[in-house]
Ligand binder design. Structure first.
Ligand SMILES: CC(C)(COP(=O)(O)OP(=O)(O)OC[C@H]1O[C@@H](n2cnc3c(N)ncnc32)[C@H](O)[C@@H]1OP(=O)(O)O)[C@@H](O)C(=O)NCCC(=O)NCCS
Length: 194
């Protein structure tokens, strides 16, 4: 996994006129990323569990590039270079995920499973953009050796918009659980080329 790999980059046009560039996060993105994080509404932040949504968080995400098991794709508006979304993948699993899925009859293979979490700026939600992005990302994740995708700590059960989004992509529900913060969540799974 290398954020400079040119194969991990896709340019496309959405809704006829919006030119978008999907690519790994780069260290020079710190200011643009901070702007995106600071712009998110309380509702969006509640569902996307970063510890903070500010310059410090943007700096920390940029410093983490290529250091850990994560790869963070960003969606850039090609016209003004504004960042409008983050699509985060982990190439590793945590023990709780493995156990929860196993208890529901699903044996996750660590080497072939990735965890996923998306967030889009408010103004770009509800336009089908996240659907298109996910379909563009799948070949990239497959290129990185994965054939199964689950969600980071599941999805909150009251996050109707995200659940609808995952179902329309073909994710399947696996089980309900209550996370360590006492929040009711849903585990979902997606198989690449089932
Ligand atoms: C999760 C998230 C990225 C999904 O993005 P989204 O834009 O809501 O979802 P989709 O891309 O599936 O788009 C669906 C909407 O676009 C509409 N749509 C679909 N194709 C379209 C098209 N070609 N043109 C215009 N609209 C379209 C659908 O009708 C639907 O609208 P509706 O929600 O009003 O019914 C976004 O809701 C988000 O950032 N949420 C906050 C963070 C979060 O919850 N992350 C997940 C944590 S588990």
């Amino acid at each position: 996994m290398n954020s400079k790999d040119p194969k991990l980059q896709v340019e496309f046009t959405q809704n006829n006129n919006l030119k978008l560039n999907l690519r790994p996060l780069r260290s020079k993105d710190e200011q643009a990323l901070a702007k995106l994080l600071l712009s998110l509404s309380e509702d969006t932040k509640r569902f996307f569990t970063y510890p903070s949504f500010d310059q410090a968080m943007a700096a920390s995400l940029c410093q983490d590039i290529d250091k850990y098991d994560k790869i963070r794709f960003v969606l850039e508006n090609s016209k003004n270079s504004e960042l409008i979304g983050i699509f985060e993948f982990s190439m590793d699993l945590v023990e709780e995920d493995i156990t929860r899925f196993r208890n529901h009859g699903v044996n996750l293979e660590v080497a072939r499973t990735s965890r996923y979490g998306p967030v889009l700026a408010e103004a770009y939600q509800g336009k089908g953009i996240a659907l298109v992005v996910f379909k563009k990302i799948i070949p990239l994740i497959s290129y990185l050796g994965k054939d199964t995708i689950i969600l980071f700590g599941g999805v909150h059960k009251d996050n109707a918009k995200a659940i609808k989004h995952y179902l329309s992509l073909g994710f399947q529900e696996v089980c309900e659980f209550v996370n360590s913060d006492g929040i009711a969540c849903l585990d979902m799974i997606y198989k690449i080329n089932p």
